[in-house]
Design a protein around this ligand. Structure first.
Ligand code: FAD
Length: 472
């Protein structure tokens, strides 16, 4: 091994920002070195985020659906849960399969993968410690070091019954009573998993409502369902302290109509994530980070040091895997000398609860806040043949259009499979489609996707399958 490895492009971090950047650059003939300190490539998303959580949510969905079929004449006995086997499915059949796939992709593209932690020692060098220690000198660098879960200091009581999302995904056991602190998407997704496995789940959210970033009318059907599946959802409620006792974790609460104290077998803290930018020697490279730890970047994803780029969770919000991957393409194309820039009209967001919530483009609450004129066209799934046939009529599809031009500004969906459906909304917004473009694109019948077409139809007076309001 040379004392100093020279590389035209160094990528730090092998998550959904870093590894696609390395692959894309290699595909275009750049010699790339990818450094990651994790045991396996794939970052948070593949190892302890998107992928394991979705494998567990799939399991939870099947448990719930099997149970619900009793209402329609087919009864199954209660599920027998073999936790060791379920864990093995998630970790070996899903996570390991995908992470080793990334290993093969990087190998196939000739990317040099270095295992270890990279810390900048100058604007053109990093020192790698760990499994493969070395010095790397680079011409360009992409920082894709991601983010870490936040567990506020007072809740760090040194008891393994207080978990972050990483620990919860490892399914240590099925607690009888689980408290989820934080009514964001990670807390609700994992809460749904544990509820389906048999835990009595309580959610505490400091804000007035769960999932504050999503439109309320989209959250309502989910909240209604979660209130039947969870023990309790306390909003406008603060956790004032955690204490480890022999009986469990005693939790002090403060809020209206909330017990002052409750005890749980486990507590999941899911109150947010912070950019992983501390301790990587940014000062030695001359790269700025703001007070929250995010690395400010321009439209080319450049930091203040022109040959150093930042993408993914460490750069700017939203912290989503597909946003990191899309930024990777921009940064690499800029490095290749192409006139690329980050300018998406729609970054989709999906909450993989049941029902799912998904949106793209502007939300109604954002449009209100920014005084953007819009027409909101909502198609209730009770009028969808497909939704009726799968007994999922609680959903709704909402399209926001410009009142004059009818250009699609945003799409929001709540309902079974909303996450798969939102891609049509993204395409419509990116292509600058008007509602008629969506309406005149023939959608297959009977599918839930027809609800997107019918919401577009509302821009021109009425939707075929929706009762027209009676004229007085
Ligand atoms: P990361 O995935 O965080 O990867 C960073 C990598 O950098 C890591 O592998 C780390 O080991 C490495 N690293 C860090 N510092 C160094 C260093 N100094 N040297 C070497 N290596 C280093 N997003 C979605 O879009 N959809 C979802 O459904 C979804 N579900 C989620 C569920 C959970 C429970 C969690 C926690 C997150 C979820 N996310 C989801 C968010 C998603 O995981 C992140 O947005 C995404 O992983 C960010 O990618 P990234 O490349 O920026 O960083």
């Amino acid at each position: 091994m040379p004392d100093v490895r020279e590389t035209p492009l160094l990528v730090i971090g092998g998550g959904p920002g870093g590894y696609p950047a390395a692959l894309h650059a290699a595909d275009h003939g750049l010699k790339v070195t990818l450094v990651d300190e994790g045991a396996k490539l794939g970052g948070v998303c593949l190892n302890r985020g998107c992928i394991p959580s979705k494998a567990l949510l799939h399991t939870a969905k099947i448990i719930r659906e099997a149970h619900e079929m009793a209402n329609y004449g087919v009864s199954f006995s209660d599920p027998q849960i073999d936790l060791a086997k379920l864990r093995a499915f998630v970790q070996e059949k899903v996570v390991s399969k995908l992470t080793s796939g990334i290993g093969q992709l990087t190998k196939g593209r000739g990317v040099d993968v270095v295992k270890g932690r990279a810390v900048f020692t100058s604007p053109n060098t990093v020192e790698v410690t760990g499994e493969q220690p070395q010095t790397i000198r680079f011409q360009n660098c992409i920082i894709a070091t991601g983010s870490l879960p936040v567990v506020p200091k007072p809740w760090q009581i040194g008891d393994e019954r207080v978990m972050d999302s990483t620990a919860a995904l490892l399914l240590p056991d099925i607690p009888k009573k689980l408290l989820v602190i934080g009514g964001g998407y990670i807390g609700l997704e994992l809460g749904s998993v544990y509820a389906a496995l048999g835990s009595k789940v309580t959610v505490v959210e400091a804000l007035e409502r769960i999932l504050f970033m999503a439109d309320k009318d989209l959250v309502d059907p989910l909240e209604k369902r979660l209130r039947t599946e969870f023990e309790a959802i306390y909003t406008s409620t603060k956790v004032m302290g955690l204490e480890a006792t022999a009986e469990g974790i005693a939790v002090k609460l403060e809020g209206k109509d909330v017990p002052a104290s409750l005890t749980f077998d486990r507590v999941l803290v899911s109150v947010g994530r912070r950019p992983n930018s501390a301790g990587i020697g940014l000062d030695k490279a001359g790269v700025n980070a703001n007070e929250k730890g995010y690395i400010p970047i321009d439209k080319q994803r450049r930091t203040n040091v022109p040959h150093i780029y930042a993408i993914g969770d460490v750069g700017e919000e939203p912290a989503l895997a597909h946003k990191a991957t899309a930024e990777a393409r921009v940064a690499v194309e800029v490095i290749l000398g192409e006139p690329a820039e980050w300018n998406p009209r729609a970054i989709p967001a999906v909450i993989f609860t049941d029902p799912e919530i998904a949106w793209a483009g502007i939300t109604q609450q954002e449009a209100d806040k920014q005084n953007i004129p819009y027409e909101a066209l909502t198609f209730p799934w009770a009028a969808s043949g497909r939704a009726v046939s799968i007994a999922r009529t609680e959903g709704r599809t909402k399209m926001l259009v410009d009142p004059e031009s009818k250009r699609v500004l945003g799409v929001g969906i709540v309902g079974a499979g909303a996450g798969e459906m939102i891609a049509e909304g993204v395409l419509a917004i990116e292509m600058g489609a008007i509602a008629r473009d969506v309406l005149e694109s023939i959608h297959p019948h009977p599918t839930l996707s027809e609800t997107v077409m019918e919401s577009a139809e509302l821009a021109y007076g009425a939707a075929t399958h929706m009762a027209k309001p009676r004229k007085r």
